[in-house]
Design a protein around this ligand. Structure first.
Ligand code: ARG
Length: 575
C-alpha cells in the first residue's frame, strides 16, 4: 500500500465512524511545502459543504477519531479545514524495510493494449517517429511493472498506394541483377529514386499503378516482392529499437496489412447495422457526437466509391481485434496530436458499431512536435528530416566527449559503452521530462549535460552511490540493515523513496512520463542533500548509523535504477 492510501484508509475509517456519507473522501496529497507537514487531506472542506457543517470543526472531529498511532507524529487543522499530517520517522523507517513486491498486489490487473511507434515502412525511421516510440515504450514498461498484462501493438504502415511504386522500383533493380538486400541498403535513397522515377517516367508510373491493383488482388509475384521490401524495412526498424533500448520486438508487429482480410466483412456489417451509410457510392459513418457548430455530423469515410479502404477502416478493424481477440480492458494510442480528430472519429465509430464493450477504455495520448532551436520542426541544417540512425550516431559522438571530459582514466571500451548509455538516456530523457502534450525544443547542449534535470545527472547520481560502496569495500546488492532516521535529510530521503509507488500509480493512470522524471530528479536531489549533510563513512560515525545510511543509499540507487529502467534508460556502475 502507498503512504497516501494508508493515510486515506485511516481517515476514511474515522469519517465512517462519524456517520459521514460514503461518497465523502479525505483526498490525500503529498505536501509541496514542509510547512504543511508531509501529507495533506483536502477532502473535508467539500464534505462539510455537502453536509452544511463548519469545515474546521468537522476536520477537528475527524482527526479526534483517527487512529494515527505509530503513523503520524503531528497533525493539524489548517486554513479553512485542511488536515496537515507530519509522519513519524519510525513509521517511514519501518515501511522502507517491507517487501515491495506486495505494494500493487491488491489492485485488479488489467489487460492493456498499447499502440505505439508504428512507423510507415516506405521510408527509414526518422525523428517524427521518436516521440511515439519513446513515450509509448515508457508507459508499456510502467504498466508492466505495476502488474498489468501489457500487449504491445506496433501498427506499422505497410500498405497503401506507395507500395505499388516501391515494388515496381524493386522489380527494376532485381531485373538489373541486383539483390533486394543491396537495392534496399538505403531505404531513403531508394524511396527518393522511386518517387523521381514515378514523376519522370509515365510508363513506370503506369506499372506502379498496376502493381497497386495486383497487390490488392493478392497476386503471388507482387506479394513476394512486397514482402521482400517489408522484411528489409522491418529489420531496419528492429535495429533502431535495439539501439534505442526500446522493448518492441518482431512479435509486437501487427501491421496495417494484417487487417486486410477483415475490411470487406467489417464494412458490410457496419452497413447492415446502418452505422455506415451509402453516400455517392462511398460508405460513410456520420458521427453526431462530433458535429460541428452548425450541427453537421462529422463524416468518416470507410470505403471509397472505387472500392478502396482507408487508414480509418484499418483502425476500426484493429480496434475490433484488440477488444474481441486480445480482450483488452484499456487500449492506449500514442500518436501525434495532429491525428486527434482521426482518433476521436475512430473511437466514436467504434462505440456506435459496438466493436468494443462500453466499459473498455479507449485513450488517445497525444504529444506535440519535436522542434529545433529555431522554433521550427527539427530538421537537418539543409532542411531534410533527420533519420533516427543519424540522430543516434551524433548523440553517441557528443556523449563520448562529455564522458571523456568527466573521467579521463576510463578504457576506450568502457567509454564506448558508457557513451552509448548516456547518449540514448539523454535523447529519451529530454523528451520524456517535458509535458507530453506540448511541442518541445530539441537541444543537444541542454540534454547531454550533467547540469540540471537531465539523464546524465541522474546516471551520475547513481554512480556516486556505487562508488561509496566501492570505497567502503562493500557489495551494494547484498547490503541490508535496519534504518534509523534522526536527521531531517534522512527523513526527506526516506519519504521520497516511499513515494515511488504513488508516482507509478499516477503515471499508469494518466500516462505522463514527466511525472516520473520529476520524481527521479527530486529523489536524486534529496540524496545529494542527504549525502552532504549526513556523512556515511566518516570515522566518528557509529556503526549503526553508518549501516543505516548505507541502506538509505542502497535503496536510493535501486529506486534510481528502477525508475530509469522504466524510462528505458540504463545505468552504469561508473562513469
Ligand atoms: N503509421 C501511422 C503514421 O505514421 C501511425 C499509426 C498509429 N496507430 C494507429 N492505430 N493509427 O502516421
Amino acid at each position: 500500500m502507498t503512504i497516501s492510501s494508508i493515510l486515506e484508509n485511516r481517515l476514511a475509517e474515522a469519517m465512517r465512524s462519524l456517520d459521514l456519507p460514503s461518497d465523502c473522501s479525505p483526498v490525500l496529497k503529498s505536501s509541496t511545502n514542509p510547512k504543511f507537514g508531509d501529507y495533506q487531506a483536502n477532502g473535508v472542506i467539500a464534505a462539510a459543504k455537502q453536509l452544511g457543517k463548519n469545515p474546521r470543526q468537522l476536520a477537528k472531529a475527524i482527526l479526534n477519531k483517527t487512529d494515527f498511532e505509530g503513523i503520524a507524529c503531528k497533525t493539524d487543522v489548517a486554513g479553512p479545514g485542511f488536515i496537515n499530517i507530519e509522519l513519524d520517522p519510525e513509521f517511514l523507517a519501518g515501511l522502507l524495510g517491507r517487501d515491495e513486491t506486495k505494494v500493487f498486489k491488491q489492485t485488479a490487473k488489467k489487460t492493456v493494449v498499447i499502440d505505439y511507434s508504428a512507423p510507415n515502412l516506405a521510408k527509414e525511421m526518422h525523428v517524427g517517429h521518436l516521440r511515439s516510440t519513446i513515450i509509448g515504450d515508457c508507459i508499456a514498461r510502467v504498466l508492466e511493472y505495476r502488474g498489468d498484462m501489457v500487449i504491445r501493438q506496433n501498427h506499422m504502415g505497410d500498405w497503401g498506394t506507395q507500395f505499388g511504386m516501391l515494388v515496381a522500383e524493386l522489380e527494376c533493380h532485381l531485373g538489373a541483377g541486383q539483390n533486394a538486400e543491396l537495392a534496399l541498403a538505403d531505404l531513403e535513397t531508394f524511396y527518393q529514386r522511386a518517387k523521381k522515377h514515378f514523376d519522370d517516367d509515365p510508363e513506370f508510373a503506369d506499372q506502379a499503378r498496376a502493381y497497386v491493383v495486383r497487390l490488392q488482388s493478392g497476386d503471388p509475384h507482387s506479394r513476394a516482392l512486397w514482402k521482400q521490401f517489408i522484411d528489409v524495412s522491418v529489420a531496419h526498424n528492429l535495429e533502431i529499437y535495439k539501439q534505442l533500448n526500446v522493448s518492441l520486438t518482431r512479435r509486437d508487429v501487427k501491421p496495417e496489412s494484417a487487417y486486410n482480410d477483415q475490411l470487406e466483412t467489417l464494412v458490410q456489417e457496419l452497413v447492415r447495422m446502418d452505422v455506415a451509410k451509402d453516400d455517392q457510392g462511398a460508405k460513410v459513418i456520420f458521427i453526431d457526437t462530433l458535429a460541428n457548430r452548425k450541427g453537421e455530423p462529422s463524416a468518416m469515410i470507410i470505403r471509397k466509391s472505387d472500392g478502396g479502404f482507408l487508414y480509418a477502416t484499418t483502425d476500426l478493424a484493429a480496434l475490433q481485434y484488440r477488444s474481441k481477440v486480445l480482450k483488452a480492458d484499456r487500449i492506449l494510442y500514442f500518436i501525434d496530436a495532429r491525428q486527434s480528430l482521426h482518433m476521436k472519429q475512430v473511437f466514436a465509430a467504434g462505440r456506435l458499431a459496438e466493436l468494443v464493450p462500453p466499459n473498455v477504455r479507449l485513450e488517445h495520448h497525444p504529444f506535440g512536435t519535436m522542434m529545433g532551436k529555431d522554433g521550427k520542426p527539427f530538421k537537418t541544417r539543409t532542411g531534410e528530416t533527420v533519420k533516427l540512425a543519424h540522430l543516434i550516431d551524433e548523440a553517441k559522438e557528443r556523449a563520448e566527449k562529455l564522458v571523456k571530459s568527466k573521467n579521463s582514466c576510463l578504457s576506450e571500451k568502457n567509454i564506448k559503452t558508457i557513451a552509448r548509455k548516456v547518449a540514448i538516456g539523454a535523447i529519451k530523457y529530454a523528451d520524456l521530462s517535458k509535458t507530453r502534450t506540448h511541442d518541445y525544443i530539441f537541444d543537444w547542449d541542454a540534454m547531454i549535460s550533467f547540469d540540471g534535470n537531465t539523464a546524465p545527472y541522474l546516471q551520475y547520481a547513481y554512480t556516486r552511490i556505487t562508488s561509496i560502496f566501492k570505497r567502503a569495500n562493500l557489495d551494494l546488492e547484498s547490503h541490508s540493515s535496519v534504518i534509523i532516521i534522526t536527521e531531517k535529510p534522512e527523513k526527506n530521503l526516506a519519504l521520497k523513496l516511499l513515494q515511488f509507488e504513488e508516482i507509478i500509480e499516477q503515471v499508469s493512470f494518466d500516462c505522463y512520463p514527466h511525472v516520473l522524471c520529476n520524481y527521479l530528479y527530486e529523489l536524486a536531489s534529496a540524496f545529494m542533500s542527504f549525502y552532504e549533510e549526513c556523512p556515511i563513512l566518516r570515522k566518528d560515525i557509529s556503526t549503526e548509523k553508518k549501516e543505516s545510511r548505507l541502506e538509505l543509499a542502497k535503496l536510493t540507487a535501486n529506486k534510481l535504477a528502477c525508475g530509469l529502467d522504466l524510462l528505458g534508460i540504463e545505468v552504469m556502475p561508473k562513469m
